[in-house]
Design a protein around this ligand. Structure first.
Ligand code: NAD
Length: 481
């Protein structure tokens, strides 16, 4: 079995605990790698290395252009390793190999984009209304950033944070999910191969309440950027508030996917099915509430159920597989629990509703694509994030009612609107409370387009030009002339 070490100050390290834990393959439920179990001693060493490099090391002396060029070199290196990294992620999180190769082939764009931005970060001269001063601003990096990531898209979600942080001139300590640490450890080796100075990027693997918490409370960390569950995000935000750290949070969702009776139903049905069942429903933007206008409700339900029924489940490495396993044992139990909750609440089970026992699913953590109809928005299945292949269908009559249902949830991450009425498209995109609204499409993301949550779905924005500001602070300089 492969053994992975911590990566601190430019080199692999044994963990202080001398302990390792297993990373399991969700398709076989068997361990395939051993991951170093870091603790607060390792977290402290890594933060100190990142801080040393930030205040006095080679990183600080690099010009912004040279920093940008390093990011672009990293992008090229990642592009040549996309297939290898995809295979590692599939072994860890069970997502489809075809999807992961696509995702990781797109990943270098984040490093290229922010590499290009590094030497365009500049301050302003202030046109002051006082005589005798020259006043200008400098845009300065915040310092050491703690990056805490989840298991569903480890390298992609890391890029959303690390690329702008490095472009801004910060240094970083990464704590990947304990379920999917391997690809981040492979990544950091590539980063050093292309010439990043030691200490700029460090990785401490381990558990959230050990390493994660130690990073969030470390006095030399100036920013915490986190993607994961809203309950964890709340804890991190409270802990970081103690010494006024900057915080960005990308949390959960309960996204509405809204089909109006004037929509192109072929597109809407495909968008509804891929919106929830892609990545086995384990995406924060899963379209887990399907709102359908009464006139087309029965037709849409029938077509969504028929399409989902044909989904090929099985080995995520096989090209014909469309739905893979749930990534972790606890998540598998949670999804099955929510199916019971929905049944007990009186929702009507239209498809699935149990663990998958098909031969091609082997020993994996598989749950059948599951669809509940007759859901009302006050049910737990409509309010709480399942993070699995479970769709709740809710019927509505009027546009105002669709808006009210869409917004009647504490999350606000994504929303889909399917309509052929351009006026309605604009009205809905204005009235829906969420960080992204997709019209006649679903789940599209880009390094160029801002992403983040309204309400309990998070704080701050990732991607796009402004994301670099999440890692900068402004200094104002007054010179008495
Ligand atoms: P999680 O919150 O359990 O874990 C995320 C990370 O936080 C892991 O690295 C974990 O070790 C760490 N952690 C746990 N407790 C901690 C603590 N006390 N202090 C510091 N770190 C701690 O989430 P998960 O189960 O890995 O991921 C699933 C969740 O992520 C879902 O709720 C999903 O919606 C969300 N998510 C959000 C986005 C987004 O962009 N908004 C994207 C993907 C996933």
């Amino acid at each position: 079995m492969q053994r992975y070490f911590l990566f601190v100050d430019g080199e692999r390290r044994e963990p202080d605990s001398r302990q390792w834990f297993n990373s399991d393959n969700p398709f076989t439920r068997q361990p395939w790698a051993e991951i170093a179990r870091g603790n607060e001693v390792d977290a402290d060493l890594a933060v100190r290395a990142a801080h040393r490099t930030f205040v006095s090391g080679d990183w600080r002396e690099l010009s912004a252009s040279a920093r940008g060029q390093l990011l672009c070199r990293l992008a090229d290196r990642l592009a040549s390793d996309a297939a290898r990294l995809a295979e590692i992620e599939v072994r860890d999180n069970g997502k489809l190999y075809a999807e992961m190769v696509g995702q990781l082939s797109y990943l270098p764009q984040w490093y290229r984009y922010y590499g290009g931005l590094a030497d365009k970060i500049q301050g302003d001269v202030i046109p002051l209304d006082k005589k005798g001063y020259f006043t200008f601003t400098r845009r300065e990096p915040l310092g050491v950033v703690a990056i805490i990531t989840p298991w569903n898209s480890p390298l992609m979600l890391l890029a959303w944070k690390l690329a702008p942080a490095l472009a801004a001139g910060c240094t970083a300590v990464i704590k990947p999910s304990e379920f999917t640490s391997a690809s981040t450890l492979e990544f950091v080796e590539l980063l050093h191969e292309v010439g990043f100075p030691r200490g700029v990027v460090n990785v401490v693997t381990g558990f959230g309440n050990e390493v994660g918490s130690a990073l969030v409370s470390h006095p030399l960390v100036r920013k915490v950027t986190f993607t994961g569950a809203d309950s964890t995000g709340r804890r991190i935000n409270e802990q970081a508030a103690h010494d006024f750290k900057h915080v960005s949070l990308e949390l959960g969702g309960k996204s509405p996917n809204i089909v109006f009776d004037d929509a192109n139903l072929d597109d809407a049905v495909n968008g509804a099915v891929s919106g929830i069942f892609a990545a086995t429903g384990q995406t924060c933007i899963a379209g887990s509430r399907l709102l359908v206008q009464s006139k087309v409700h029965d037709e849409v339900v029938e077509r969504v159920v028929s399409l989902a029924r044909t989904a090929q489940m099985g080995d995520p490495m096989v090209a014909s597989t469309q739905v893979g396993p749930i990534t972790t044992g606890p998540q598998y139990d949670k999804v099955l629990h929510y199916i019971d909750v929905a049944r007990n609440e009186g929702a009507h089970l239209a498809l699935g509703g149990h663990a998958a026992t098909r031969a091609e699913c082997g020993d994996g953590w598989f749950v059948e694509p599951t669809i509940f109809t007759g859901v009302t928005n006050d049910m737990r299945i409509a309010q709480e994030e399942v993070f699995g292949p479970v769709l709740s269908v809710i019927r509505f009559d009027a546009e105002d009612e669709a808006v009210a249902i869409a917004n009647d949830v504490r999350f606000g991450l994504g929303a889909g609107v399917w309509t052929s009425d351009i006026g309605r498209a604009f009205r809905m995109s204005e009235r829906i409370e969420s960080g992204t609204v997709w019209v006649n499409t679903y789940r599209a993301v880009s390094y160029m387009s801002p992403f983040g949550g309204y309400k309990d779905s998070g704080l701050g924005r990732e991607n796009g030009i402004d994301a670099v500001n999440e890692y900068l602070q402004t200094k104002c300089v007054w010179i008495n002339t």
